[in-house]
Design a protein around this ligand. Structure first.
Ligand SMILES: Nc1ncnc2c1ncn2[C@@H]1O[C@H](COP(=O)(O)OP(=O)(O)OP(=O)(O)O)[C@@H](O)[C@H]1O
Ligand SMILES: [Mg+2]
Length: 299
């Protein structure tokens, strides 16, 4: 019988205000956001969402501002994610305001105040996780917690690193520590450009060859590339669509991690990640209510 591992996703939660517009706002103009359509989001939620949609046990460990708990109840409804590890903090969570057109987006991210003890509490709650996915973070305390979790003596059986756009907030030392420890690091093209500028292409190649680490770079409509061993290997996207598809990257992470942990080769995990992303691109939704059967149709 297959043992069902729990996938622990750690990171920040934000309240997403996404306004679809025909064109990006002009300078000296104001965009009015309708807060009634706001939802909770962020890479940690998205990855947990897609893992659970694929049939995995998914657990979310993240801070949530007490004023945003009604939004959590709305998100939880009908979803099979374990939210019991959420840490309720005073006040509100981070805010993301995104003006989204078909081809571009312009975003403002507002950081919430976090209690001083947050980092330690996150480490405590994640320390026995057997599959740990480190997401984000734009908060220094969370980046430090991610570094502590990656370098702690009792390692997780599986460690994934999905810093997303918050990668630009990490120092070279933090990135080196986490990427060296993580079995798999997943970045998009611009995030990878930043990591390569800090660590150098040779160091990255060494991590893969000498330590067996896997690096994946997603490239939007151009699919993805994987470094698992000696050479980078490209793979095409399973779908061809013009536009920006928020959430496809996190869906890719979930699909890849789900298959990788089940003992599949990096190439097979890559194809499953691409299939999950394609299903999400097709749905045009950040958190699509997809099923494993829907993903399989893209294989
Ligand atoms: N326009 C597109 N057409 C086809 N496939 C796409 C497109 N955009 C994304 N994808 C698929 O989704 C995967 C992840 O996309 P991308 O590289 O844009 O991630 P990302 O920038 O991390 O996205 P996000 O963080 O918003 O979820 C790609 O590898 C590809 O398979
Ligand atoms: Mg991403």
């Amino acid at each position: 019988m297959e043992m069902r591992l729990t996938f622990t996703c750690v990171g920040e939660i934000m309240v997403e205000h996404i306004q679809r517009l025909r064109q990006l706002p002009k300078p000296n103009s104001t965009v009015v956001f309708d807060q009634n359509r706001s939802t909770l989001g962020g890479a940690a939620i998205n990855v947990a969402w897609y893992l659970s949609r694929l049939g995995a046990n998914a657990r979310l460990i993240a801070p949530l501002g007490s004023c945003d708990t009604p939004l959590l109840r709305r998100l939880v409804r009908g979803e099979n994610i374990d939210f019991s590890g959420i840490i309720i903090t005073p006040g509100c969570s981070d805010r993301l305001f995104t003006a989204l057109t078909r081809h571009q987006h312009l975003s403002v991210y507002a950081l919430a105040m976090q209690p001083k003890t947050l980092g330690d509490e996150l480490v405590e709650r994640c320390k026995s996780a057997s599959v740990l996915l480190l997401n984000g973070s734009r908060h220094e305390a969370l980046r430090q917690a991610n570094t502590a979790l990656a370098t702690r003596p009792t390692n997780s059986r599986w460690l994934f690193f999905n810093p997303s756009y918050a990668v630009f907030a990490y120092t070279r030392t933090e990135l080196r520590k986490i990427i060296t420890a993580a079995h798999v690091t997943i970045l998009n093209r611009s995030e990878f450009g930043y990591v390569r500028s800090l660590l150098g292409a040779k160091e990255i190649a060494k991590l893969s060859l000498a330590r067996g680490r896997v690096i994946v770079v997603t490239k939007g409509p151009d699919g993805a590339e994987i470094l698992a061993g000696e050479k980078w290997k490209p793979a095409r996207s399973r779908i061809s669509r013009i536009g920006v598809f928020l959430g496809a990257g996190d869906a890719f992470v979930a699909g890849f991690a789900y298959q990788f942990v089940r003992g599949n080769e990096p190439d097979e995990a890559l194809h499953y990640g691409l299939a999950t992303a394609a299903a999400v691109v097709r749905s045009r939704s950040i958190r699509a209510r997809l099923t494993e059967a829907a993903v399989r149709r893209w294989m």
